[in-house]
Design a protein around this ligand. Structure first.
Ligand SMILES: Nc1ncnc2c1ncn2[C@@H]1O[C@H](COP(=O)(O)OP(=O)(O)O)[C@@H](O)[C@H]1O
Ligand SMILES: [Mg+2]
Length: 337
């Protein structure tokens, strides 16, 4: 478990103090995949780097598995940090060393006995699917393969926590997906807690259990990923969500609609199509779909539809209330013309 309390990081610069992290409180459970989202400059990297004390916080505390890292020094701190792996957007591999040597480098840092080193490297390469690249140099690898080496290196000393700083931001969508699947596998099979930062909601949707949204060094929203996708509170979160779930209906189409425009959201535990079919059957209305999507967040469906509902205003109102009564969330975007 990671317990972050009143954490602050202020940088001293020539131009004066710059706030990176501003009194953040977060608790991340063991075995969880936790996402931190925010635009550039929000303080995500600063926060992540404080978790392994790559940056020393200027206030607050960070407990990892019951130990306050801010109180540790020297050898004790070095040992504690070996149990926190980290991967980066730009991989940071050593270009003059082969894949195997890059990984052994991390093992040496933890004083792994020589005779154990080779077998551990083989194990790690198998874990990340790079067995055949053992003696290759980083320059000969694709971006996705480089990140796999980064992951193997981060896992070398059996960490309890893996920190990922924009680990897929330099990769194309397919490679991103394969790296995210690898991270999920690591999380499940090795029970490693993962904290990942990203500016892409698709990444969060794919593998995170819980998430936080950051702005100006602060956490502005936090919760279960499905809850946040289905019910975002702050405008910033809504903006991030809209990159995954959004309606782009041409204005000319909207202008041609004379009925009431209603956005209807169905959560996973509600059977959306059935409710819409029942509604159309029971009320004297016509429903015209303008947009619809079902997103799967951690295998749980989230349905979002934009409908034009035509009929007598009272019938339309009752039809909407009926859908809400059956568990849908309906929002009238525009009344009938
Ligand atoms: N080493 C540093 N020195 C001075 N200011 C920094 C340093 N690192 C980050 N900052 C500042 O802290 C704020 C948060 O940055 P950062 O944590 O990198 O955000 P993010 O990762 O969300 O893009 C920004 O205003 C940034 O300019
Ligand atoms: Mg960053």
């Amino acid at each position: 478990m990671i317990r972050i309390k009143e954490l602050s990081k202020e940088y001293t610069t020539k131009k004066g103090p710059v706030i990176g992290v501003n009194q953040v409180n977060l608790t991340i459970s063991e075995g969880e995949v936790f996402g931190i989202v925010g635009y550039s400059g929000a303080g995500k990297s600063s926060l992540l780097r404080c978790i392994n004390l790559l940056e020393r916080p200027t206030g607050g505390s960070i407990e990892v598995n019951g130990r306050d890292l801010t109180k540790l020094k020297g050898e004790e701190l070095r040992k504690a940090r070996l149990k926190i792996g980290m991967i980066f957007q730009h991989f940071y591999l050593i270009s003059q060393k082969t894949v195997a040597e890059n990984i052994s480098f991390a093992l040496k840092a933890a004083s792994t006995p020589r005779e154990k080193m080779a077998s551990r490297v083989v194990e790690l390469l198998e874990m990340v699917g790079l067995t055949d690249k053992k003696d290759v140099y980083p320059a000969q690898l694709s971006g996705g393969q480089k990140q796999r080496v980064g992951i193997a290196r981060a896992l070398a000393n059996n960490p309890a926590v893996l920190l990922c700083d924009e680990a897929t931001s330099a990769l194309d969508p397919n490679t991103t997906l394969s790296i995210l699947r690898l991270l999920k596998k690591i999380n499940r099979e090795l029970n490693i807690t993962i904290v990942l930062i990203t500016h892409e909601m698709n990444v969060v949707k794919e593998i995170c259990d819980r998430m936080a949204v950051m702005q100006d060094g602060r956490v502005v929203e936090e919760g279960d990923v499905y809850d946040i996708f289905s019910n975002p509170v702050t405008d910033l979160t809504k903006e991030f969500i809209s990159s995954v779930v959004s309606f782009d209906v041409p204005q000319s189409i909207l202008d041609a609609c004379k009925g009431r425009l209603v956005k209807v959201l169905f959560r996973g535990d509600v059977a959306g199509e059935g409710i819409i079919a029942d509604t159309v059957k029971q009320f004297d209305i016509k429903a015209n779909f303008l947009h619809g999507s079902i997103e799967y967040i951690q295998e749980k469906p989230l349905g979002l539809f934009l409908m034009e509902i035509k009929g007598e205003p009272d019938d339309v109102t009752r039809a909407i209330s009926y859908m809400e009564g059956r568990g849908a969330q309906a929002e009238v975007i525009r009344n009938g013309l």
